[in-house]
Design a protein around this ligand. Structure first.
Ligand SMILES: Cc1cc2nc3c(=O)[nH]c(=O)nc-3n(C[C@H](O)[C@H](O)[C@H](O)COP(=O)(O)OP(=O)(O)OC[C@H]3O[C@@H](n4cnc5c(N)ncnc54)[C@H](O)[C@@H]3O)c2cc1C
Length: 360
């Protein structure tokens, strides 16, 4: 076991990207610091629908991690964390060793959940992790087949609109009404776009299991096919639930406004893996946590008082419509059209440029 780290960052999620960017700008605290992340690139979820719709190249949608870590003056360890013992701040890694640090910061995201599957008649493809998803989608595209998507949130709707014209038939399943949590007018707008793209939408249809080539809801088959994409919202990573950290009732790490674990203050958590009242699980909130986290990690290492993160009351959502436009939702207002698509494109490209991604 190596115990020489002052701080280990786990995962290159949105908040940690912000931390690295600020440190690259000269705000890095002293000490031995490393980022643990299995992939050499961080894929940006905001541009994924545009990548699938053929509007972006792969290079435009991913941030190379090594140069960003080098600019921030920290080590990059190419491994996945497979276990955490919170009491000793010990991380087990996929490459077989274990690391310990004085402070830990967790931003490894979340995974979609899958219904129970009986038989092998259907291939399931989770939207995260992105590298595996993109590679499999490229294989599927060589022989397009009818497709179903589970998940009627923003990600499921964007994926359906991006993929609909590339497969012979597409069905979208949502346990709740589509885009629950957004204004009803956004749902209406999305339904119009989905209908125009030929997507068969099944709302209030909770798929409870997969039996051979059938999706089963309320005991009945509701779709048959061989390919299913899981975009079912965030569920917690199993190794975090087993870590000894205090978690909420769903298994997300319970944190204080300082972004510290409620049970283990020497462990910070941000983004999708964390649970803080008033904070939604999307990139907008995770990005806003970045500067607070960067400051608090420096304060923690220096033995100084920490600051509080205050979630914003409203978050802007811009959903790609698959045709270059976007649907907007903000503070109860909705709108749509090509100018919003151009705005989203500008925002996304600016984010990528700030973190060192290729322009083309
Ligand atoms: C298709 C799609 C589109 C979306 N579009 C938007 C959007 O437009 N706007 C928006 O606000 N949100 C969007 N989201 C939601 C958004 O992706 C997440 O909420 C957001 O990424 C916050 O995640 P995060 O920062 O916690 O971690 P992530 O961004 O998911 O990053 C997690 C990082 O941790 C790494 N990691 C994972 N497991 C481990 C491990 N065991 N050990 C080490 N490293 C690990 C991963 O490789 C990755 O680098 C979208 C989601 C999807 C699926």
């Amino acid at each position: 076991m190596t115990a020489a780290f002052d701080l280990l960052l786990v995962g290159a999620g949105h908040a940690h990207l912000g931390v690295l960017r600020l440190w690259a700008g000269g705000q890095r605290p002293a000490g031995r610091i490393a980022l643990i992340c299995p992939e050499p690139y961080v894929w940006y979820s905001g541009m994924l629908p545009g990548l699938l719709a053929g509007r972006y190249s792969a290079e435009q949608c991913r941030i190379p991690l090594q140069p960003l870590c080098a600019a921030a003056g920290i080590e990059w360890l190419a491994a996945a964390v497979t276990a955490l013992e919170a009491d000793t701040r010990t991380l087990g890694l996929s490459r077989g060793d274990a690391l310990q640090a004085r402070w830990l910061a967790l931003n490894p995201g979340s995974l979609p959940s899958a219904p129970a599957q009986e038989g092998a008649g259907m291939e399931l493809l989770a939207v995260k992790p992105f590298p595996a998803f993109i590679a499999r989608w490229q294989l599927w595209q060589r022989q397009p087949e009818p497709l179903a998507i589970l998940g009627g949130g923003a990600a499921g709707v964007e994926l359906a609109l991006a993929m609909a014209r590339q497969v012979p038939a597409l069905a979208l399943f949502s346990a709740a009404p589509l885009l629950a949590g957004h204004p009803p007018a956004l749902r209406e707008r999305a339904l119009r776009h989905l209908q125009a793209a030929g997507v068969q939408v099944h709302e209030r249809c909770a798929v409870e299991r997969i039996c051979a080539d059938a999706l089963i809801a309320a005991g009945q088959p509701v779709w048959r096919g061989r390919r299913l994409i899981l975009a079912t919202g965030a569920s917690p990573l199993p190794w975090l639930r087993a870590s000894g950290l205090a978690c909420d009732d769903r298994g997300f790490v319970a944190i204080a406004p300082t972004l510290q674990s409620l049970s283990h203050p020497q462990i910070f958590a941000s983004g999708d893996c964390a649970s803080l009242p008033g904070t939604l699980r999307n990139g907008v909130y995770a990005v806003r946590q970045g500067p607070v986290l960067a400051g608090n990690l420096a304060h923690a290492l220096n033995g100084e008082a920490l600051a509080a993160y205050h979630p914003q009351r409203h978050a802007l959502a811009l959903l790609a419509d698959g045709q270059g436009g976007a649907l907007l939702s903000w503070a109860g207002l909705t709108a749509e059209g090509a100018p919003f698509g151009r705005w989203k494109d500008w925002l996304d490209r600016s984010f990528m440029r700030r973190h060192g991604a290729a322009e083309r």
